[in-house]
Write a new protein. Structure first.
Lengths: 323, 157, 680
């Protein structure tokens, strides 16, 4: 790990100023579960850490319209079991509890979780090329070990997947990411906060330099109480998704009227399955809806199974939610 | 680069000048001679380094000591209460043979203490499956899980 | 040989070091802090073959060691220990330099920033059936013959009513003990003292003496507590030599631990295997011919051939037999021992094939094995010292509820979950190494027993305490067993499931002699006893049962139940023995369903080199694992009447689970691990 300076500003404005005004490479430190990990690997090499974990962004509050406002420094563990989440947005609680381990969830923050970087083995190994880590150096994953990488939306430059479970639920829920930057506040809406890799895979999100996530808001939606997160992985717990799905279903008398669907483990972003949603609204069967979404899949040599898995998983989850 | 850090560790206040890169795990093991917390993966992937940070279980290998200024840390060495030789979980681990090599054990114990606290706060009754899921952040390569679960269950109930 | 009268032996004594371990007071190798200790970090090669052309300099550190400046070492039989002696790179991840600094942070940062340049060659790293480099090694590990051919198997296959002829594959697997390979080395004048994470302090001190050109008396290896090994610490690994070199260079005590990532190249692994098993049988399932051919890999610098197909020489009757081993040498890290090396992958293939034979003949898998029970060792024709495989199968069938089993595959759908059960035999040979122990009477009613044994989590310290107590005729609480130090009497490694038998015999002898002859101390050396052992075929056997649930939509497999029934002689301590057995079965569950080291063809390393990517079972994977044993009196083993239990637990688990997956889904997976993509 390279030496770095550390500071802990008292408020968000000071934190933003500290990163934006730094004369060296600076970044925000939240729970540190991914950043410190990547610093040890030499993947992240900040020269200044600005600790935002103790900023007063630690509340989970109900919005007047029935939505939810979640401070960016709220720990994943606290959010997962918060009564407002359990009552209104079970998909979010389930996604959080499907991620990492109990002790990691105690550290990890909501803001940091959104900014998790890919678990692609090549990205994490500085002895190998990676376009995301070192733009222009190449993507060995395309021909190498990619069983667990993307089938949707990838590019010649990058086939990485986004590792967060929470982000899949937030993409499902049209979450709004509140930012404070040198130029003031702005809001980015999910999906749309994360970027597909294109020819700039080094950019995971649309955050601008120095921008800090201060909160995530979830607008109300009538049927989120009937929602579920289902994660398939290579062991029973404490493992990143092979494929996951978040579904919210508007069911009336056993008939599906509307639904939202998002996939994890398939793309560089938490993948909102808008084609599947449109098909479901049009009365397609669950399998037809899944196929409508997955028709765009472009699997790599060793991950074509994810197409079938994602399809079956969506059908199973919709079947259970409408039962 | 150094920074001054003050923490309470197992009830004792410690003030040190530390390299900002020093993790809580390395602080404990290399500076304070508290080698109960173990380094096995150093990346938050195994749980052997689990300690209680302000009362909550946390992977000490991923926490920078400088970011913990003012925090309260309890390690396996501090689990047993005053006048107690062994914390009930420690005694249950011995009784159920819930370890073999012992290297993951301090992390399992701190994790279990934290986990029982979490369940209590949530009002959750722990059946075996619930214990298994909640303890899955602590790897045991010797494969003592089948003994760890009843040891924890014996204390939880 | 008489079997000792027992009191402590057979009792479920708590681990004698249990309190130290749960209080965090048991110290492992890296956890000592001698005055002036400094830190070393290893730098590893970024090429798979070729040479180091330059190693840069660093400021702010105490030393940078590389082939250019490292003190000279003596070559020993393990070339992996001849570190920093040449510019040659034999595999990616080989240590090419060591950085020593005052702090851990500075050493790690120095290792990251050290500039090493290379001249890379081309590499060949993937084991494949048509690899042109296969050859017949002189012998295989364990001292076994490379090939064994009896009768005319090919002709017998041609004439058999039923033939199973299938290919099986097991991946490279990494031991991944929780404690990394770590060492603290200190030179006291011309004497080297190391705290090391090792399964054998005595053998290691001899090896280190050779490496550094010293007399054995000049080296001391201390290892009272070892955080698991599973074979990977059975021989000294490079970190201990590197730490000693660094300590020599800077004149201070040095600590060095491999990172988890480095362990995937530097500390050994289980070779991948490609196996072909052929079973010819009559219509009733009686085997007429058996053939087991095994392919495996080793590194360029070291011939290491696992005894994979030797299981076929032991398990079943059959007149015509063949078992062969072929090896190819690749530009890969050197494989080494991992829990039941050879037997474990070999039994996966053979016991899967037996299940296929059961399906092909319509004979129940348990009955099939019983029908092929050999009255004597089928190849050496030696008498069995004891063999209770069938008793284990029958006992397990009773406990597991096998009788009602419908053999039809894919016939039990519960909701969206397919259920299935499977069985496989387990087997591990009985070995014994010579050893020497000293027992001392403190005169106050307490006794100290000393032997350079190792407790890597096996419960050896506890078992030896029980053996000593009975031989002395005292309570276990009166006995203190000293182990884990090469200054103690000579002992073999904790490996080959022979620790308790080997060390226990010496301990028993010394304690009995002290009791019978009196005096302040007595010692006992088992060399003569071992030389005098009669010719028997000695093996432990077992039966492993599995019940799995497979999600019909997603292919997720969960092992709902695992039951092992073992016949392993007398069980010294039922509490710690059960732990060993369920531990082996749990590791076998990992092998069946998730463990796989993935070779990167382009770069030549195991790419998934950490515990997030190399999956070992977590608590949630292990629902119901139980191990029991049948009573087995075997007078032909050792004074305790015990067989080893450290490895047999893993040998049947993978096949039992694979057989259960077939029963659940109708899909026969012959290449481990069984993953989602296999079952969609």
């Amino acid at each position: 790990m390279k030496p770095f300076a550390y500071e802990r500003p008292v408020d968000a404005a000071a934190a933003v100023a500290a990163v934006a005004g730094a004369d060296a490479r600076a970044c925000f430190l939240g729970g540190g579960t991914n950043l410190v990990d990547l610093m040890k690997l030499g993947v992240e090499t900040p020269e200044r850490l600005v600790d935002v974990s103790r900023l007063p962004h630690d509340a989970v509050e109900s919005r007047a319209d029935g939505g939810l406002r979640i401070g960016a420094a709220v720990r994943n563990a606290d959010l997962a079991v918060h009564p407002l989440v359990a009552d209104r947005f079970p998909v979010l609680g389930e996604a959080l509890l499907a991620g990492a381990s109990g002790q990691l969830r105690n550290l990890a923050t909501v803001g940091g979780n959104l900014l998790q970087r890919t678990r692609c083995a090549y990205f994490q190994d500085v002895s190998k090329p990676c376009n995301k880590r070192r733009p222009g150096s190449g993507c060995p994953a395309r021909e190498g070990d990619h069983r667990n990488l993307a089938i949707l939306g990838h590019s010649e430059a990058c086939v990485a997947t986004h590792p967060s479970d929470m982000a899949v639920a937030l993409a499902l829920l049209d979450a709004e990411v509140h930012l404070l930057g040198p130029a003031g506040e702005r809001v980015l809406t999910m999906p749309g906060f994360h970027r597909l890799p294109g020819d700039e895979p080094e950019r995971d999100t649309d955050l601008l330099p120095g921008e800090l996530i201060t909160a995530v808001e979830i607008p109300p939606l009538a049927y989120t109480e009937r929602s579920r997160y289902r994660k398939v992985r290579d062991r029973a717990s404490f493992s990143f998704a092979v494929v996951s799905v978040a579904v919210a279903a508007d069911v009336d008398g056993g008939v599906l009227r509307d639904a939202r669907v998002a996939f994890g483990g398939l793309a560089h972003v938490p993948w909102r399955a808008q084609r599947a949603e449109a098909a479901l609204r049009d009365g397609a069967s669950f399998a037809e809806a899944a196929d409508a979404e997955l028709a765009q899949a472009a699997p790599l040599r060793d991950n074509a199974f994810k197409v079938t898995l994602a399809r079956n998983l969506l059908v199973q989850t919709l079947t259970e939610l409408t039962a | 680069m150094d920074a001054d850090v003050t923490l309470r560790i197992n009830g004792t206040e410690r003030s040190l000048a530390l390299d900002t890169r020093t993790t809580v795990l390395d602080l404990l093991r290399e500076h304070l001679d508290l080698t109960g917390a173990k380094k096995a993966c150093d990346h938050g992937q195994c749980g052997a380094c689990t300690v209680l940070l302000d009362g909550r279980r946390a992977n000490s290998c991923l926490v920078l000591a400088v970011a913990c200024d003012g925090a309260e840390i309890v390690t396996v060495e501090g689990l047993a209460g005053a006048g107690e030789d062994l914390h009930p979980l420690q005694a249950a681990f011995v009784e159920h043979d819930a370890f073999q090599c012992g290297y993951c054990t301090p992390g399992q114990l701190c994790s279990a203490v934290g986990m029982l606290g979490e369940a209590r706060a949530e009002g959750v009754t722990l059946d075996d499956d619930e214990i298994r899921e909640r303890m899955s952040g602590n790897l045991c390569r010797c494969g003592a899980y089948a003994n760890i679960v009843p040891a924890i269950a014996a204390v939880a109930r | 040989m008489s079997v000792a009268a027992d009191r402590a032996v057979g009792a479920p004594l708590d681990r004698v070091e249990g309190r130290d371990k749960v209080r965090g007071e048991a110290r492992y190798a890296y956890e000592h802090r001698p005055e002036g200790v400094v830190y070393a970090a290893a730098v590893t090669a970024r090429i798979a073959t070729g040479a180091v052309t330059a190693v840069g300099a660093l400021d702010g550190v105490l030393a940078v060691l590389s082939h250019a400046n490292a003190p000279a070492l003596q070559e020993v039989s393990d070339p992996e220990l001849f570190v920093l002696q040449s510019d040659r790179v034999r595999y990616r991840g080989q240590v090419v330099a060591v950085v020593v600094a005052d702090t851990l942070e500075a050493a790690r940062a120095g290792a990251e920033r050290l500039e090493v340049t290379y001249a890379a060659g081309s590499h060949d790293v993937v084991l494949r059936e048509d690899h042109p480099g296969f050859y017949k090694p002189e012998g295989v590990n364990g001292g076994y013959e490379t090939d064994s051919v009896i009768g005319d198997p090919d002709r017998a296959f041609a004439g058999a009513a039923v033939v199973v002829d299938e290919r099986y594959a097991t991946p490279a697997l990494h031991n991944n003990a929780m404690e990394p390979h770590a060492s603290l080395a200190e030179w006291e004048g011309d004497r080297l003292v190391v705290h090391d994470s090792t399964q054998g302090s005595w053998s290691e001190h001899n090896t280190l003496a050779e490496v550094f050109g010293l007399e054995p008396e000049q080296v001391r290896v201390i290892s009272p507590h070892v955080g698991g090994g599973f074979g990977s610490k059975g021989t000294p690994r490079p970190q201990v030599v590197l730490a000693a070199l660094a300590a020599l260079a800077v004149g201070r005590p040095v600590k060095l631990a491999f990172t988890r990532q480095q362990m995937f190249a530097c500390t050994g692994y289980r070779t991948p295997t490609l196996q072909r098993v052929r079973l010819g049988a009559d219509a009733d399932g009686r085997i007429t011919a058996i053939s087991h051919e095994a392919l495996s890999q080793s590194s360029r610098q070291k011939e290491f051939t696992e005894q994979t197909a030797t299981v076929a020489r032991v398990m079943y009757a059959g007149k015509h037999r063949r078992s062969t081993h072929r090896l190819t040498r690749l530009d890969v890290p050197s494989p080494s021992w991992m829990r039941a090396p050879g037997e474990c992958p070999g039994m996966f293939a053979l016991e899967s094939a037996m299940d296929e034979l059961a399906v092909a003949t319509g004979v129940d898998p348990i009955e099939l094995r019983a029908r092929n029970e050999p009255p004597r060792h089928p190849e050496s024709h030696k008498a069995w010292s004891s063999r209770n495989l069938v008793a284990c199968l029958r006992e397990g069938a009773e406990r597991f509820g096998w009788a009602d089993r419908d053999p039809a595959p894919r016939a039990r759908l519960q909701g969206r979950v397919l259920l299935g059960t499977g069985v496989a035999a387990a087997m591990y040979p009985v070995y014994r190494a010579p050893g020497w122990a000293i027992a001392r009477d403190a005169g106050d009613g307490t006794f100290t027993v000393s032997i350079a044994a190792a407790d890597i989590g096996t419960g050896a310290r506890t078992a030896l305490t029980q053996i000593a107590a009975d031989a002395l005729g005292v309570a276990p609480g009166s006995v203190h067993v000293e182990i884990g130090d090469s200054d103690l009497p000579r002992a073999g490694v904790a490996g080959g499931s022979m620790g308790t038998a080997s060390w226990g015999s010496a301990v028993h002898g010394a304690c009995r002699r002290l009791r019978e002859e009196g005096g302040p101390e007595a010692s006992y050396d088992t060399r003569a006893d071992i030389a005098a052992l009669q010719e028997y075929a000695r093996h432990a056997f077992g039966a492993t049962f599995a019940e799995v649930a497979v999600d019909a939509d997603t292919g997720e497999v969960r092992a709902r139940r695992l039951l092992g029934v073992f016949a392993a002689g007398r069980i010294i301590n039922p509490k710690t023995a059960r732990s060993q057995l369920i531990g082996g079965m749990t590791m076998g569950l990992g092998m069946a369903l998730m463990e796989e080291s993935v070779m990167d063809r382009e770069f030549g390393d195991y790419v998934n080199h950490d515990l997030a990517q190399y999956h070992v079972p977590v608590c949630a994977d292990v629902a119901d694992v139980e191990a029991v044993w049948v009573d087995e009196e075997d007078p032909h083993l050792n004074p305790m009447g015990s067989k080893g239990i450290g490895e047999i637990g893993i040998t049947g688990a993978a096949a039992a689970i694979a057989n259960a997956v077939h029963h659940a889904t109708g899909v026969r997976v012959r290449s481990l691990p069984i993953q989602i993509q296999d079952l969609l």
